[in-house]
Every structure is written in structure tokens, then in C-alpha cells.
Design a protein. Structure first.
Length: 273
């Protein structure tokens, strides 16, 4: 009798495992089909002006993505912050911009977003002269963890959304890291469809990254800025900010980079920004 019970339980678990992706897809489709709350629409108009610049079909798609994102990803207040719908919708709208062309599982590794009132302090181990490792305290506006968390400063989230043309957006930056980290680590090379596409991406990004480091050494970082020269992961995240906020400038000054990002995100923001 016990053996029969174990077999039935095993079959039930297998059936659930096989059906779960289908059920999740149905649940997400149902969420996307629901009317977008009027209060959320007002928040978008007030807090995320970039939404108004999207073509109508992408505006509609973005709203569906927001509904799924907020249903699946809890946003937790830290440092005494009480999270409001204004904060949730503002974060979700920016986090979903990179998903407009391809949902990519709605950030499958992400479990939660931790939101602080302003910049938050973290301790980091740094290599000091002489091979000594020291703890260093740093104030950050955002951070993406492989363990399934994104940390954000509401002050910086709000500022990044308010000016969609300044090329600085902490939410897009950190969620680009999430796309990069889906394979378990961030190295500026998010998973692509084919080995050939991955090879082209690696060659283009390495060449442009090396060129940027040379310009930074000469004190002329240009549009990309010096922070993008930190490492390949930051290079990709900064490029993603520029791709969504200053796409025409990126296309004009770095057409090969723009083309790679357009293929990855499956979007052409230079046509509608």
C-alpha cells in the first residue's frame, strides 16, 4: 500500500512538473488580458514619461508586461520605506522596457526587488596595495544579485524615470545585469540564440570595450562614459541605458554596438524615441 502511495505521489509530481510551464503561460496570458488599472495609467503619465513616446502597440504590450511583473515579483521596502503603488508601477514600467521585444521568461531568476529610500551602503572586499584585502563601504543607487534580488534606491529610480533622455536609468541598468546573470554570472555576454550570434557579439563587444578603455586612458570617454569601462558586465549595462534613452546618439556614434543591442532586445528605439 505504501509503495502504491509513493508511486502515485511520484506520478502526481511529474504531472505537475510537466504542466507547470503551461499553467504559468495561461496565468500570464490572463494577467496581460486584464484591463490596465486607471490609477496605474495615471502613475505612468506622471512618473514615467518615456511610455508616452512608445508606439501604441508597444504601450499596450508594456502594460501587459507590467501586470505580469507586479503579480510575480514582490517589491519590498527597506530602511523604513513603505512601498506604494506609485513606486511599484514606476519600477515595473522601467524594468519591463528591456522585455518589450522578448519577454525572456520575465527575469526567471529574480525573486524580489528590495527598495530603499535613497542610496544604500554595502561592504565590499577590495584588494589594497601589498596584496591586503580590505572591507570598503560604498553607497549605491542599485545592485543586481545572482541570488535573485535587485536592490534599488527609490530616489534614483524616480530621477531616472523623470528624464528619459539623459542616458541614466538605474532600473534599466540593474535589470540588464539580471539578463546577463541568468546563466549564473555577469560577464557582459547574455545568452543568445546561436553560437554564431554569440561569437559576433563577443567580437564586437570586446573591440568596442578595448577602444573605450583607450579613450578613457586619454580622458575622452565620449558618449559611453568612463564607468562603462569598468568591466564587460558594466559595459553591457551602461549600453542598455543608452540604447533605451539615447538610441539615436548611440546609433550615430557606435552603429555596430547599436545593431548588436537592437538584435538582442529585438527593438529599434531609434525609430520611436
Amino acid at each position: 500500500m505504501a509503495l502504491v502511495f509513493v508511486l502515485l505521489l511520484g506520478l502526481a509530481l511529474i504531472a505537475w512538473w510537466l504542466a507547470e510551464p503551461w499553467l504559468r503561460s495561461l496565468r500570464r496570458a490572463r494577467l496581460r488580458s486584464q484591463p490596465f488599472p486607471a490609477a496605474w495609467r495615471r502613475i505612468l503619465r506622471r512618473r514615467v514619461p518615456q511610455v508616452a513616446s512608445l508606439p501604441p502597440d508597444l504601450q499596450l504590450r508594456l502594460k501587459g508586461l507590467i501586470q505580469v511583473f507586479l503579480a510575480e515579483k514582490p517589491i519590498i521596502g527597506c530602511g523604513g520605506l513603505t512601498v506604494t503603488d506609485e513606486m511599484r508601477v514606476t519600477i515595473a514600467a522601467q524594468a519591463c522596457l528591456p522585455l518589450l521585444g522578448a519577454t525572456r521568461g520575465y527575469y526567471p531568476a529574480l525573486r524580489q526587488v528590495l527598495l530603499y529610500p535613497g542610496a544604500f551602503v554595502v561592504n565590499r572586499a577590495v584588494n589594497a596595495p601589498g596584496g591586503v584585502v580590505q572591507d570598503q563601504r560604498r553607497a549605491l543607487a542599485g545592485e543586481s544579485w545572482v541570488q535573485g534580488q535587485v536592490l534599488l534606491s527609490w530616489e534614483d529610480v524616480r530621477a531616472g524615470a523623470a528624464d528619459p533622455r539623459d542616458g541614466q536609468n538605474v532600473v534599466i541598468h540593474e535589470f540588464a545585469h539580471q539578463l546577463d546573470q541568468v546563466k549564473g554570472h555577469a560577464n557582459g555576454a547574455p545568452p543568445l540564440a546561436t553560437a554564431q550570434a554569440q561569437a559576433v557579439w563577443s567580437r564586437v563587444m570586446q573591440n568596442e570595450f578595448d577602444a573605450l578603455q583607450t579613450r578613457v586612458a586619454w580622458g575622452e570617454p565620449g558618449l559611453l562614459g568612463s564607468y562603462a569601462a569598468t568591466d564587460p558586465a558594466e559595459f553591457f549595462a551602461v549600453l542598455s541605458e543608452l540604447f533605451f534613452e539615447q538610441p539615436r546618439e548611440l546609433r550615430a556614434q557606435h552603429p555596430v554596438l547599436y545593431a548588436e543591442l537592437a538584435a538582442f532586445y529585438r527593438l529599434e528605439p531609434a525609430r520611436w524615441c
